[in-house]
Ligand binder design. Sequence first.
Ligand code: ATP
Ligand code: MG
Length: 178
Amino acid sequence: MRLFVALDLPQEVKVRLAAMAGGIPGVRWVPPENYHLTLRFIGEVPGHMAEEVDLALAHIRAKPFELSLAGLGTFEKGGRVQSLHVVAERTPGLAHLQAKIETALQRAGLPPERKKFAPHVTIARTDGAALPKLAGFVQAHNLFRTEPLTVEHFVLFSSRLGKEQAVYTPEVEYALAA
Ligand code: ATP
Ligand code: MG
């Protein structure tokens, strides 16, 4: 199974993100049902490891926290803009949960994540984008922000890669409690 740990987003936030999408030729917009904030990408693991992952995540104790999305950003690789995202504020509560997940998954036997945590919600894959249009989009929408939303659970998703879009399935939800 291909797995990742993420925050799901409230429907009203998905609706606002979807309303912003559009207007850049050559990009692939993420379908609204696929919006999420990745806390930890796990990748392909055998069934027994998926069980270890679930056990490790189920033992995490963390409190609900506030999350705000504010502004847009892009990720680049080899001089190409690969994706467009909405930035999530790196609040203490979010950083704390991410760190707990990282520790738990390493204890369960996964290799450490090397990349620094940069919380974001991808809204488009931009490999084929017209760059001036992309820059214009970022400028036009850079004031996007959400009211703080309370995060009360995190989710283990499985991912099936398709020709068009990946299909994500929520496998297990883990509650945060005060
Ligand atoms: P596709 O790969 O077909 O574009 P996808 O990226 O939406 O689809 P996955 O590759 O399964 O689907 O990724 C699931 C989530 O994990 C996405 O948020 C993705 O950005 C993130 N992710 C994927 N690979 C990595 C990685 N190597 N490091 C960190 N995060 C990753
Ligand atoms: Mg991918």
